[in-house]
Ligand binder design. Structure first.
Ligand SMILES: NC(=O)c1ccc[n+]([C@@H]2O[C@H](COP(=O)([O-])OP(=O)(O)OC[C@H]3O[C@@H](n4cnc5c(N)ncnc54)[C@H](OP(=O)(O)O)[C@@H]3O)[C@@H](O)[C@H]2O)c1
Length: 282
């Protein structure tokens, strides 16, 4: 039997495995659909029950793939979706949430995120609507994505803002800026950090130095990249893999422990931030 994946307790009380599955670009082509569904199901079997999607991904196509993958196993999945900032009015969020639930074929989202904020995004309205959806049972918890420290402080100053469960941000060996301030700030405030694009959309896996580092330790570059972000307290990662082989390989990254020398070698290749860097996003 596969040992279970370590779980993180969100401020909402929900327990979420630290390793999940991303789904951007899933559902974009009909020919890959069966493989994508099989890959997500394989991930569920391996305990990677956190599945991230968004209304933006293929205009609902990714949510439909996720819906197919979790059919008949809803209770084993922790489903995250996101609302676009252009829909971030009270009516817009409600309509987007209903569309996402319909695409996914479920009654309630486990976590609903604001995908990013625009200049005109009204945080008090967003929070009030998320809280109302929670009270009505359409979402179990809510969070944000692509929020820097100043955004998080502003959010927490709004009534109800302290209910935020997660901030989903770009974080990988190739993008370590969050280590300077955002990650410690979220850790100090008990807010989960969900690392998206942990392979920098696949680019990291073509890095020659990382490949050599991994090979010398009988690991793959993907496993090193994942183990690196998962070594941080309060961090979950959502790599996207569209094949069962990739999914299994990613799952096996959970057993990796780096030595101090390993971490120094990674720091030499991918230097940590020495000053505040504005939050990057894809
Ligand atoms: N909130 C946001 O603004 C935001 C932005 C970007 C992404 N996201 C979320 O984060 C998820 C992950 O990010 P991402 O999709 O941008 O990129 P990623 O996870 O960094 O990289 C995905 C790429 O890595 C490949 N891959 C996965 N496992 C592999 C393995 N073991 N060996 C070799 N290649 C492997 C995939 O190939 P295959 O597909 O062929 O397996 C795919 O090409 C997204 O899917 C999405 O859910 C959120």
């Amino acid at each position: 039997m596969t040992p279970s994946i370590p779980a993180l307790a969100l401020p909402s009380g929900q327990m979420v495995p630290v390793l999940g599955q991303g789904t951007w670009h899933m559902g974009d082509g009909d020919d890959a659909r069966a493989r994508e569904v099989a890959s997500l199901r394989h991930g569920l079997d391996l305990g990677m029950t956190l599945i991230d999607t968004a209304e933006m991904y293929g205009d609902g196509a990714s949510e439909r793939v996720v819906g197919e993958a979790i059919r008949a196993r809803r209770e084993h999945a922790f489903v995250v979706s996101k609302v676009l900032p252009q829909h971030a009015s009270p009516q817009g969020i409600r309509a987007a949430c209903e569309r996402s639930l319909h695409h996914l074929g479920i009654e309630r989202l486990d976590l609903y995120l604001l995908h990013w904020r625009e200049k005109d995004t009204q945080l008090p309205e967003v929070i009030a609507t998320f809280e109302a959806l929670k009270a009505e049972g359409r979402i179990a918890a809510w969070g944000v994505s692509n929020f820097d420290v100043a955004d998080m402080k502003e959010l927490l100053a709004v009534p109800g803002g302290d209910q935020v469960a997660v901030n989903q941000v770009l974080y990988s060996l190739a993008h370590r800026g969050v280590e300077f301030d955002l990650l410690p700030w979220c850790q100090a405030n008990g807010i989960g950090v969900m690392a998206y694009s942990p392979f920098d959309e696949g680019r990291l896996l073509r890095h020659e130095g990382l490949a050599r580092f991994a090979q010398a330790r009988h690991l793959s570059a993907a496993q090193v990249a994942l183990a690196f972000v998962l070594a941080r307290r309060g961090v979950m990662a959502i790599p996207k893999a569209a094949s069962a082989d990739h999914t299994r390989e990613n799952r096996d990254a959970l057993t990796i422990q780096f030595s101090t020398q390993d971490l120094s070698a990674l720091d030499a290749m991918f230097p940590p931030p020495r000053q505040k860097m504005p939050l990057e996003m894809i």
